[in-house]
Ligand binder design. Structure first.
Ligand code: FAD
Length: 825
């Protein structure tokens, strides 16, 4: 009750669903006892009470999977720890495949599970039926079984977690709604509550001063964000399951021993439920909740333990498919059809971490499968809050991955429904989203569309992925083997290696660090020496205190007290946030976003100098304009910052152009290039080329979990320049030696790896691939992956692609131009 609320607490947790309770549990378990959890109604009254309770662990990201493994570990011991029954059934899970493509996907998932250390195996349809006798196997080609998955009672497990938190000192206040939050500068200072126990409106409010708060408000995540001026793209969509009547011939105990089952080709999942079966699924036409515009928007605070009207018409499609898989449903009948709000985010994944806008506001919302994730996610959040970062790199779930457009209701309303519809759909590598497109466009967008660009999206930007020649329809046809863009990506790849290409890289995030403290800040943040002459281009990593790579970017010294920074399209908010957080806030360092101010055209290839020189007033010869230098030049009638660097491994310049001049510059280069056979080049070609050259990609090949020494980027680290963030850890690791190394492999027979494949030596999984593509110059598939250092001198490996073992050779040096002679030509 609010009259017993403290006036101060070190940490306030907002939300008493499984996430909020788990965060409080782990905070106290890690020794923090000044924790107050506020729930506007009663524990579990949001989405948690009506969840189905399936707990599956395997996800496409290794660390998300590890986090889910930690949930299972926690749930196994919770009853003994707290005395509260949680009804955990470790019965395993089945996943079915009914088409050759789905079998490939299953093999890929099993390979991935193997590389993640999960005991998943492919089994025959007959074996699957032995485990789940209610299924028909008429169309099943294969199945995968993961014995450590299971199901749990969502309300009981949440109450047990809450009890565990209370046992260690957390205070849990139900009927206490956070109504507003006071913010002072970059910090929340006070949470203002109202007591909701009295429905007659006599409830009084109370204020709690806090040092940190975490928004674990589930589908109210967006509303609770707004209270502090923070944009969080998390609301909900409608999700349905039905519970059948009793299944003839089976007792509840017999049913309860069956595994859960996912049948993605039929869009449904199953769980034993008392005397019947629970069948849920993902319809193509669900409805978003909480994304309405104007006064209709948002989720009412009064939404307590509520459901929507069951939508029988919408569920009929799933019921029909489900009956084909489990014919017993025909006679069992329907006991209930439940339609509830399932928390959902703009990209369908969790929203975790510290928000970029404030220094003490954390978030854990958007949990589509929060029962499965809750245990481990609570632990990660507690680490984030108490230790500054989680022990696993969780970039795919990090709130900083979102841009402004993700947080808009219009985007969420459309994209969430598309993502939900695709939950079980088979997505071949390279598939692009189709809704809410066209939000951020380069000034060259229409010109390149007329040149038959096929666009993909990244960070809200439309980016040309490839260009269709005349006679080829400019449309993606993704495939698990050779997609339709393959020959055209190859043609562009070879054209850039031999001639010249133009790449629109306007979507790069660009910003500026200026002010009297700019050099000192850049030196403190970077592993490289930043005190270089004006006009120097410095490729560097910014490391955390453990030496892990937080950012991998390029800084150009544009003046004694100014750096122009260029990073990946989707990493701007993250990288700028890292720089701001780790720079003085006394006004001596100013970080300013310039992404919209500059378009970028990369003119690249051995003939790029000829093309550039013919439209440029300045001398761009090798003598006048060296590699890794930057300078203002004039192209046609436009002022351009030309940067002699690139990501494909050829002579070239990234031309940073004031946006309004971009079309003019592109047209001049394109016209001048005709004599040299110039081609338009897309992002899929960039990726095939950068892998040949040995260039890494932040978020997959290098992450906050990996250090420059491990990633082969030690040549960028300057230990003699004075102290910098992460230096101590890097010195220690250098002295001790690394335990693993990023390696490059070629696959020695044709295969189509996409990353996440297991790397095998002597029959054992020793790593997994972090990136993979085809190298069109060397004529082989290429993969990167970390190897334990004791294996990093060997050459003979196997990489398992869709379950097929492919012999792979490890290489010591980049596969293309290892001495950089072409870059420096
Ligand atoms: C039909 C259905 C089936 C599902 N099946 C599964 C499944 O099988 N497996 C699985 O893993 N997941 C499943 N889920 C998803 C699961 O329910 C959610 O992932 C999980 O409950 C999310 O927990 P949470 O703590 O984030 O949110 P919630 O449980 O919604 O908790 C958020 C809490 O915050 C409180 N709150 C909001 N605003 C305020 C405020 N201003 N002040 C104080 N308190 C506030 C709310 O009252 C609420 O109790 C299912 C969901 C649905 C709808």
């Amino acid at each position: 009750m609010s009259d017993s609320l403290p006036t101060r607490a070190r940490i306030v947790v907002i939300g008493g669903g499984i996430l909020g309770c788990s965060i409080a549990y782990w905070l106290t378990k890690m020794g923090e006892n000044d924790v107050v959890l506020l729930e506007q109604h009663q524990l579990t009254d949001g989405a948690t009470w009506h969840a189905a309770g399936l707990v599956g662990q395997l996800r496409s990201s290794r660390n998300t999977t590890r986090m889910l493994e930690q949930s299972v570990e926690m749930y196994r011991g919770l009853e003994a720890e707290t005395g509260q029954a949680v009804d955990w059934h470790e019965t395993g899970s089945l996943r079915l495949a009914c088409s050759p493509e789905r079998v490939l996907e299953l093999k890929r998932l099993t390979t991935m599970a193997k590389s993640f250390g999960l005991p998943m195996e492919i089994i025959s349809p007959q074996r699957a039926q032995e485990l789940f006798p209610l299924m028909s196997t008429h169309d099943v080609l294969a199945a995968a079984f993961l014995p450590t998955d299971g199901y749990i009672d969502p309300a009981s497990v949440t109450q047990a977690i809450a009890r565990g938190a209370r046992m260690r000192g957390a205070k849990i206040h139900e009927h206490t709604r956070v109504a507003s939050i006071t913010v002072d500068g970059r910090r929340c200072t006070t949470v203002h509550t109202v007591n909701t126990a009295n429905t007659d409106g006599t409830g009084t409010g109370a204020d709690i001063e806090c040092e940190m708060l975490v928004n674990a408000a589930g589908m109210w995540g967006m509303e609770v964000g707004r209270m502090a001026g923070v944009r969080i793209p998390a609301t909900a969509v409608e999700h349905q399951y039905l519970i059948s009547g009793p299944i003839e011939g089976y007792t509840p105990v017999e049913l309860g021993k069956m595994p859960t089952m996912r049948d993605p080709d039929h869009l449904v999942y199953y769980k034993p439920d008392g005397p019947g079966l629970l069948i849920g699924g993902y319809e193509p036409d669900t409805v978003a909740f909480g994304t309405g515009s104007g006064n209709d928007g948002g989720i009412p605070a009064s939404f307590q333990r509520q459901l929507f009207e069951p939508n029988f018409d919408r569920f009929a499609q799933l019921a029909e498919l489900g009956t084909k898989r489990t014919p017993c449903l025909e006679t069992a009948g329907i006991r209930t059809l439940l339609n509830g709000p399932i928390p959902y985010s703009a990209d369908a994944d969790f929203v975790m971490g510290r928000v970029p806008e404030l220094d003490n506001y954390y978030v854990a919302t958007g949990f589509l499968y929060g029962i499965a994730a809750g245990g481990g996610a609570g632990k990660m959040m507690a680490e984030w809050m108490l230790e500054g970062r989680p022990s696993l790199d969780l970039w795919p779930l990090d709130v900083r991955r979102f841009s402004f457009h993700h947080t808009t209701r219009r985007f969420m309303d459309k994209r969430m429904v598309e993502m939900y519809a695709h939950h079980y759909k088979l997505a071949a590598p390279g598939s692009e989203k189709v809704t809410a497109r066209g939000i951020r466009r380069s000034p060259l967008h229409d010109t390149l569309a007329a040149h038959r660009a096929v666009y993909g999206s990244r960070g809200g930007w439309e980016r040309p992925n490839w260009f269709a020649p005349d006679g080829v329809e400019p449309v993606d046809q993704p495939s698990f083997t050779e997609p339709n863009w393959w020959p055209h990506v190859r043609a562009a790849h070879l054209a850039v290696r031999e001639g010249v290409g133009l790449i629109d890289q306007t979507s790069f995030a660009k910003f500026e660090i200026t002010g009297p403290g700019a050099l000192a800040a850049a030196q403190w943040l970077s592993v490289a020496d930043m005190d270089k002459p004006v006009g120097t281009v410095i490729y560097t990593q910014l490391c955390n205190v453990r030496g892990g790579i937080e950012c991998d970017l390029t800084m150009i010294r544009t003046a004694p007290d100014s750096f122009y920074v260029v990073t990946g399209s989707a990493f701007g908010a993250h990288d700028m946030g890292w720089i701001r957080t780790n720079s003085p806030d006394d006004g001596s360092v100013i970080v300013r976003d310039l992404t919209s101010a500059r378009a970028v055209v990369n003119v690249v290839g051995p003939k790029s100098r000829d093309v550039l020189q013919s439209v440029c007033e300045d001398d761009v010869s090798n003598e006048a304009f060296r590699y890794a230098k930057a300078r203002e030049i004039t192209i046609g009638s436009a002022p351009v910052l030309a940067v002699r660097i690139g990501y494909v491994g050829e002579l070239g310049w990234e031309l940073h152009i004031p946006t309004e001049y971009a079309a003019h510059v592109y047209e001049l280069l394109h016209e001048a290039g005709q004599a040299h056979g110039i081609v338009d080049v897309g992002y899929r070609t960039i990726d095939t080329m950068r892998m040949e050259k040995g260039y890494v990609y932040w978020s997959t090949d290098v992450t906050p979990d990996t250090t420059p020494w491990e990633a082969g980027l030690g040549w960028r680290v300057n230990l003699n320049k004075g102290d910098f963030l992460g230096r101590d850890a890097l010195v220690a690791q250098k002295e001790a030696g690394v335990a693993r190394k990023l390696c490059t492999f070629t696959l020695e027979s044709m295969a189509y790896p996409v990353s996440g494949e297991a790397i095998i030596a002597d029959g054992a999984v020793v790593g997994f691939t972090t990136s993979a593509n085809f190298g069109h110059t060397i004529g082989k598939p290429i993969a990167y992956g970390y190897l334990p250092v004791e294996l990093a001198e060997r050459n003979d490996f196997v990489i398992e692609v869709y379950g097929e073992p492919i012999p792979a050779t490890r290489h010591d040096r980049p596969l293309y131009d290892p001495d950089n002679t072409r870059l420096k030509a």
